[in-house]
Design a binder for this molecule. Sequence first.
Ligand code: LMR
Length: 394
Amino acid sequence: MFETLPAPKLDGIIGLMQAFAADTRADKIDLGVGVYRDAQGRTPIMRAVKQAEARILEQQDSKSYLSLAGDAAFLTTMEALLLGGAVPSARVAAVGTPGGTAAVRQICELIAKVRPGATVWVSAQTWPNHGPLIAAAGLKARPYRYLDAEAGALDRAGMFADLGAAQAGEVVLLHGCCHNPTGVDLSPQDWAEMGALLERTGAVPFVDMAYQGFGDGLDADAGGLRHLAARLPEVLIAASCSKNFGLYRDRVGIAMVVVPEGQRDAMAATLAGLNRQSFAFPPDHGGRVVSTILGDPMLRAVWLEELDEMRARVQTNRRALAEALRDASGSDRMGAVAAQQGMFSILPLSEAQVTKLREDDGIYMLWDGRVNMAGMDPSRAGDVARAVAEVMRG
Ligand code: LMR
């Protein structure tokens, strides 16, 4: 039956992870996959997570099925984390999903249920898996301008000009914060303008929130999402707890939809039905860790302290690389890197230059020049910058 099945091309990020793991050079540097690393290059289990897990191990007395939406406490604590009371709970439907990836997929399936083949506007540079997830649900991705590569900043005029053509029945995918891969975010004024544009066009926003807490802090990072939720009748949301709780392999995500008053129950049942068709019950362990932390003031304080440490470290790495790039290249061409947000930035490198850095220097980054600041200790910033400057000189 499957004798003619071709082997698909491996996802680029996953391929890079495998290549890095197989590289035997001791001084290799992983700026590829978006995973946090400490000064020793480890991705530690967060202290609050360990404590919550100990409590769960001690107290949990059953692993029988829960509802298709998952643990109710996970859903309500995540609603508060994301929306901060911006809309009444009577307008919010949500289900747990295996990670943020499945949340994106479930929201795409939801869109396809009511608008098969609908257009989803995506920033021209985006997470490489957005396109495949949108296509897998039979939807069409359409790019809008986002990055002004020369300035390393938002192409505001281009973005709003392109999205001015969005229509009712179409969807606009936005990164809640810490845009992946550019590190360029919307300002509060940009979010307000986006809200006005969506109101005018009738297109529905779809906010992907994978890095809450890694930009300016938990509430500030959700400011744009909360503005849209308070202003518009419908908002689609996919969120991940991989990064801010360090729960990567436990797969903790949530698909959430803000609807007009009176439509919540139908939406909640639809999302539950979508879960039933793909994996039935979302994994429970990681979600329970999250709700245990968010629901306990002491554990929450421990978590916040560590999240603050992680954010500060990523910012320190970012500044160290920006400074080292200036010193090594003798120019300020990549100076904007210092002001960008979250784990990622794009360096102005060709795919051939990226390959050369990997092969000659053991420096791993995505094919489009995306670097993960969290993967680099400041002590290695000089090595990275010198190699980048050299490859750019040709
Ligand atoms: C990334 O962009 O590197 C992360 O979101 C990991 C992933 O699943 O691709």
